[in-house]
Design a protein around this ligand. Structure first.
Ligand SMILES: *[C@@H]1O[C@H](CO)[C@@H](O)[C@H](O)[C@H]1NC(C)=O
Ligand SMILES: *[C@@H]1O[C@H](CO)[C@@H](O)[C@H](O)[C@H]1NC(C)=O
Ligand SMILES: *[C@@H]1O[C@H](CO)[C@@H](O)[C@H](O)[C@H]1NC(C)=O
Length: 972
């Protein structure tokens, strides 16, 4: 559009009298220009919440250049995962000098050229996992001096060049997990210069030996060698692992304890050996490893194993944690752990225990005083018995029995843990929870009962849980909430009842929950909700999740008051995906009263009709999702968003929209993110765009946008600015596959044909209206003044250079002498013209021809007074001829013809020379109308002065074809 403006300017300057239409055009152009200036990237999306974080995922890219070339140089993070790149060329990312994080996972990378990461001097994280790299060559990581984490997991990596990692002077974490490396030695050589390296992960390789190689860097604290083929630990120097604190050797093939004697292990604080066929007690006997540094999990302990372990662990100080996972334990007798030192955490997960009873019975008196955390997950526990009167563990605050097969929980089952705060019983088969199961757990804050088979919750089940904050009952089979079931839960903030069988809620269901903030009722079978149900929690409730229930409305008019009208604190309401076919219809004023609501989701509901008043109270709404309504919703009713002045996020993906109108979208002045993908939109109207003044992100993918002038402004994508359009270069023209909106020819749009036609015809019509009036009223006066003006102007501008004896030679026939002497001469000589008349000024004695020649050449002009007798005269013919020669000679037009009589065409044809002259020349006609005579004189004088007849006369002469005056000119 700017183009038109620029083009218009020069012409307006040149011709001010014609500028009106152009001004008009300019004005229209400027007002139509959209205020939104979008931008976008060919293959990347900038994160809306984290600017300069770019995702270019699943774009079938074969080279990073296709993604990187249009990214801004100050990009911070780049994710190129799930593409088809095979190699990285040198300096592939060179212009992204501010990049901190680069993710290249899940590509087909086989080769990294030396210098591939040139320019990434501030890169901190580089992830090359899940590619096809077989080698890390020299020079690849040049210039990555700031890199802290390098992930090369799950590549068929078999060689690491000794100097490949040298440039990574700040590397802290290196993972080569899942490769094909077969010796630690080569890696040790490669990392020996890395003075900051803290973690080296070589799990899941094909390591068979540790050496030969230099010691690992002193900074290396964690070495992971799990899932390899180590049988020996030979080859390395004894000091190789001198500084390592955490060593993971699990799942190797070490069977001989003797192999450990070749290494110094005294400094190790945690050694994992699970998955090795090893005699652990023999190992403790012959190596210098500290028993408390050994993780006994998964080791074959043999008969009396537990006692032996406990004896080895003895020491003056309390043990922080005893981990006995995967030791195949089936039964724990009373006092089974009595020989162990005092401990704080006991983990018995992944065994085959069917019964633990009341935990206190396993421990000695001192141990009971100290135990804080008990974990018995992934066992075969069947029931939790009553523990009334069992030994108490006064400090036990955290118990987990997840992943067991517990069917029932007896009365007072946790009487041994009065200080319990967190209790996890989830993922079991609980069908029955005794009314007294949670007896006196006054300090319990978190209770997880989710993923069980509970059908009934009894009155007073939770009555002692005064401090409970979170109660999770998700994924059970609760179908009724009896009144008073939540009695006593005075502190409860989160109640999760999702995934149950609830059909109805009554006014009493939620009683006794004065502090409830979050209520999850999703994936139940609720058929309706009403304001009375929520009345007990209406002052505090902030989050209400009702997604995937069976809510339905068949009338636009509610029979009862709007269901949420008193939930004045609610800020998040989820209503998406009602079963089986969606909500279909929202009643009038459905969301009345939700004055604090910030997020509302209505997606996947196949909405067919939404009344325009439905969002009226939602002035605080920030996020609204109406996605996936495509089979129902068409265009939204006018004014539906009129009160949503705070809306930031609007998801209308796949909503079946055909058009966007100002009536619907005109008020969303704070909207930042707009999802419109998969709609039937043909245009994205620029008038709507200009109202969305805060927009930052626009997704129009898979809309059949047409290549018309309405979408022309979208081509402004290349001018980087405020609104990011998602993948702008992939919008095709409707369903055409090879024509793109970003490249269609918009020239035609600049020519507003209608406007041009209007601008062109309007003045003409106006002129046609005005001219007859003026003509009728003031023809002569106007013409006379116009003439004077032109003379004056000409006089100003031109200068005569040559001096003549006469102003004019008058050539006439003696028959017209009376007119000449009585009219012409007095008029002209009085007007200070010097005239040459043959009877007066010809020199006697000279030949008549000489006299004529002199007269013609000494006069600036020659006036021929043409009449019938003049035409017949021979002399006159000569004079005209001479004057014509001079015209050829000097290229000056000196002939002025005055027509005294109307000479008909027929008469003229006899004098063909004169006729030609008359045809070509301008001439003045002597008017008989006295009113016209002053004009005649004025024109004549002007003609004499400057030698030119007016343009109009010329037209008369030519236009008439024969020199015959036309009707309108007759009087002249
Ligand atoms: C592991 O290493 C052994 C011996 O070096 C070799 O025979 C075997 O093929 C390797 N396995 C893999 C998966 O590379
Ligand atoms: C429960 O917690 C309170 C405060 O944290 C504490 O004073 C009280 O002793 C605890 N109750 C039990 C039985 O440990
Ligand atoms: C999207 O556009 C880019 C850049 O024009 C092109 O390389 C890519 O093939 C397109 N992808 C699809 C799925 O059309």
């Amino acid at each position: 559009m700017m183009e038109t403006a620029e083009k218009a300017w020069p012409s307006t300057r040149m011709c001010p009298s014609h500028c009106c239409p152009l001004w008009l055009l300019l004005l229209v152009t400027v007002t139509l220009m959209p205020m939104v200036h979008p931008y976008g990237f060919r293959n990347c999306i900038e994160d809306v919440k984290a600017p300069l974080y770019f995702r270019c995922i699943q774009r079938f890219l074969q080279s990073p250049a296709l993604a990187v070339s249009d990214l801004p140089p100050h990009a911070i993070a780049l994710n190129l995962s799930y593409n088809k790149m095979r190699c990285l060329q040198p300096s592939a990312f060179a212009h992204l000098t501010q990049l901190h994080t680069l993710d290249l996972t899940y590509n087909l990378l086989e080769t990294l050229s030396p210098g591939a990461f040139n320019g990434l001097g501030v890169l901190v994280v580089l992830d090359l996992s899940h590619n096809k790299l077989t080698t890390l060559a020299e020079g690849v990581f040049n210039s990555l001096g700031n890199l802290s984490s390098l992930q090369v997991q799950h590549n068929p990596l078999s060689t690491v060049s000794p100097s490949a990692l040298l440039p990574l002077v700040n590397l802290r974490r290196l993972s080569l997990r899942g490769g094909r490396l077969n010796g630690l030695g080569a890696v040790a050589v490669a990392v020996q210069g890395l003075a900051q390296l803290e973690l080296l992960d070589l799990c899941e390789n094909n390591l068979t030996t540790l050496g030969p190689g230099p010691p690992l860097p002193a900074s290396l604290l964690t070495l992971q060698l799990c899932n390899n083929s180590l049988r020996e630990l030979a080859g390395g120097s004894p000091e190789m692992l001198w500084h390592v604190k955490i060593l993971d050797l699990s799942y190797n093939s070490i069977s001989q304890a003797e192999v450990f004697t070749q290494l110094h292990l005294r400094n190790i604080s945690l050694l994992h050996l699970i998955g090795n066929p090893l005699d652990v007690f023999h190992l403790l006997d012959i190596s210098d490893i500290q028993p408390r540094s050994l993780d006994f999990s998964g080791l074959v302990l043999g008969a009396q194993g537990l006692d032996k372990v406990c004896l080895r662990l003895q020491g003056p100080q309390a043990l922080r944690r005893l981990q006995l996972q995967r030791n195949g334990l089936k039964v724990l007798h009373c006092n089974a752990l009595q020989l162990c030192p005092v401990l704080r955490e006991l983990d018995l997960s992944w065994n085959r225990l069917q019964h633990v009873g009341c935990a206190g019975r396993l421990l000695g008196k001192k141990q009971r005083e100290k135990l804080e955390v008990l974990t018995v997950e992934h066992n075969l526990l069947k029931k939790l018995p009553s523990c009334l009167g069992a030994q108490v563990l006064p400090r036990l605050y955290n118990v987990s029995f997840r992943f067991n097969r517990i069917l029932t929980v007896g009365p007072q089952a946790f009487a041994y843990a009065p200080a319990l705060q967190v209790l996890w019983l989830n993922i079991n088969s609980l069908v029955w929870l005794d009314r007294q199961a949670l007896w006196r757990l006054h300090n319990l804050t978190e209770l997880r009962l989710d993923n069980n088979l509970l059908t009934d919750l009894y009155h007073n089940s939770f009555i002692d849980l005064h401090r409970l904050r979170t109660l999770n009952l998700r994924n059970n089979r609760v179908s009724v909430l009896f009144s008073g079931v939540f009695q006593g839960l005075a502190e409860l903030q989160t109640l999760d009842l999702g995934g149950n069988n609830l059909r109805h809620l009554t006014a009493q269901s939620l009683q006794g929950l004065p502090k409830l903030r979050r209520l999850y009722l999703d994936r139940n079978r609720l058929l309706e909700v009403s304001s009375t149900v929520f009345a007990p929690v209406q002052a505090t409730l902030g989050v209400l999740d009702l997604r995937a229930n069976n809510l339905q409305y068949i009338s636009q008019w509610l029979r009862k008051p709007p269901p949420f009208r008193n939930l004045s604190s609610l800020y998040d309401l989820k209503l998406q995906a009602q079963q089986p076919y969606g909500l279909k219809m929202l009643p009038h004023y459905f969301f009345q009263g939700l004055v604090r609501l910030q997020q509302l989701s209505l997606s996947q509901n196949m909405l067919r009709s939404i009344p325009p008043d439905v969002f009226e109270d939602l002035g605080q709404l920030r996020s609204l999702a109406l996605a996936d309504s495509s089979n129902g919703l068409h265009d939204l009713p006018d004014g539906i968003f009129r009160n949503l002045g705070n809306l930031r996020f609007l998801d209308l993906e796949n909503a079946g929209l055909h058009s966007l109108t100002l009536e619907v979208f005109g008020n969303l002045s704070r909207l930042q993110v707009l999802h419109l993908a998969r709609n039937e939109l043909k245009t994205f109207n620029d008038s709507v765009a200009s109202r969305l003044s805060s927009l930052r992100y626009l997704d129009l993918r898979k809309c059949p946008l047409s290549c018309t002038c309405d979408n022309m402004w979208l081509q402004g994508w290349l001018n980087n600015s405020r609104v990011q359009v998602v993948y702008p270069y992939n919008y095709t023209c409707g369903s055409q596959h090879n024509a793109y909106i970003h490249s269609f020819d918009t020239h035609v749009c600049f020519l507003d044909l209608g406007l041009y036609l209007f601008a062109g015809t309007a003045p003409a019509v106006l002129l046609l209206l005005v001219v007859p009036v003026v003509y009728h009223r003031a023809y002569w006066r106007l013409k006379y003044h116009w003439y004077l003006l032109r003379c004056w102007v000409n006089q100003r501008w031109r200068r005569e250079e040559k001096c003549y004896l006469y102003d004019s030679f008058v050539s006439y026939n003696s028959a017209d002498e009376s007119w000449v002497l009585q009219k012409l001469v007095p008029e002209l000589e009085h007007g200070a013209f010097r005239l040459c008349l043959h009877h007066r000024d010809f020199q006697p004695g000279r030949s008549i021809i000489d006299n004529i020649v002199d007269a013609v050449y000494n006069s600036r002009k020659t006036v021929c007074v043409v009449s019938r007798s003049y035409l017949r005269s021979e002399w006159c013919s000569l004079e005209v001829q001479l004057a014509s020669y001079r015209l050829l000679d000097e290229r000056r037009d000196i002939l002025v013809l005055v027509l005294l009589e109307d000479v008909g065409d027929a008469e003229l044809s006899a004098y063909h020379r004169m006729r030609r002259v008359l045809l070509r020349r301008t001439y003045l006609r002597w008017p008989l109308d006295p009113a016209a005579q002053p004009l005649f004189w004025a024109r004549l004088k002007r003609a004499l002065r400057w030698g030119e007849g007016g343009e109009e006369e010329e037209e008369e002469g030519l236009g008439g074809g024969t020199g015959r005056p036309r009707e309108g000119d007759k009087q002249m």
